[in-house]
Write a protein that binds this ligand. Sequence first.
Ligand code: ATP
Length: 324
Amino acid sequence: MLHVDHVSFRYNNSPVLEDINLKIEKGEHVSIIGESGCGKSTLLKIIYGLLHVEVGALFWNDTQILGPNFNLVPGEPYMKYLSQDFDLMPFITVEENVSQFLSVFEPEKLKERTQELLEMIELTDFAKVKVKNLSGGQQQRVALARVLAQRPEVLLLDEPFSHIDNFRKNGLRRNLFGYLKKKGVTVITATHDHNDMLPFADTVVVLKNGKVIAKDSPKNLFEHPKDLYIAGLFGEANKIPINIIKSYADTQREIIVYAHEFKVSQKSGLEVEVVRSYFKGGYFMIEGVYEGLPIFFNHETALDSHKKVFLNVSIETINQRLNL
Ligand SMILES: Nc1ncnc2c1ncn2[C@@H]1O[C@H](COP(=O)(O)OP(=O)(O)OP(=O)(O)O)[C@@H](O)[C@H]1O
C-alpha cells in the first residue's frame, strides 16, 4: 500500500499542497483530477521522491519514501514516473528506446516483450525509426512503452495522453489501462480529462487549491457531485434551487443538474428562454436563461434564440442529488 501521510508542501513561500492524506492499495488505479494549477503534478513528484517534504511522510508498504535529500538518484526503483517531458533517447530507434531496459541475456524474451509493448502503443511500423523523427504524440507513446518496459510496481502518469490525438487516444487508453490492470500495477494518473478516468479508475481523488475535496469511485462522484467544481470536471452542469424545478418542493436547497439531465417539453416545467445553441456533434448544447439565471441543457436540434421551452428533471435525479 502507498500511504501519503498528512503531507503539506510549498515551493518557496507559496503553499501548493495542504494536508494530503491518501491510502492507495496495491493494484489500485487512482486518478488525481482537478483544474490546472491545483497541484496534481506536484503531488506525483512528491510521491516519486523528486521533491523534499518537510511536513508529513510517505510510505510504500512499510518503507518510507525518503526523497531527494536522501537518495542520490531521484526516484524509487520500484516506481516509474512518466512526466510531461518524455525523457527519451532521440538518436536511437523506437525499439531501441523501448528495449533499453530489458535484459540482453534473454534475446528471445527481449524481442517478444519489445514487440508486445510496440503493439500496445500501436507503433510496430515505426520500430526502426529514430525517435527524433517522430511527432510529439508518437514520442509520448514511446515514452509510455519505455516506462512499462521497466516493469514498475507503481506507475505515476502525468497527463499521459496530452499530446495524443483523439483518433488514437481512446484505443490507447483501453490498451494501456487494461494492460496495467492485468499486470496488477498500482497506477496514479494526473489528468483533467474525465475520459481518462471515468471508465478506468477505481478511485478518483479531486484536488482543489492543493486540498483533497473528494475521494470516491468515478460512478459515485459523477452521480453525487457535491459542488459545481466537481460536476464541472465531468461536463456542463447547473446549480439550481429545487423549488424552481418542482414548484411543490418546500425546500430552497440547490442541486446540481447536468446539461444532459434536462428533458425539454413544449407544455410544462421550468420555463426558460433560449439564448444560443452550440453544436456538439451528436447533439446541441443550449444556453437558456430563467429570471437572469443561466441554464445549460442538451437538445437534439438547435433552438431559435428567444424561443420559450420548458425543462424537466426526473424525480430519480432529484432524489439522487438530495441523498448526497
Ligand atoms: N518549480 C516550481 N516553483 C514554484 N512554483 C511552482 C513550481 N512548479 C509548480 N509551481 C506552482 O505550484 C502550483 C501547482 O502546480 P502543478 O504543476 O502541481 O499543478 P497541476 O495541477 O499539475 O497543473 P496542470 O494541470 O496545469 O499541469 C501552481 O500554482 C504552479 O504555478
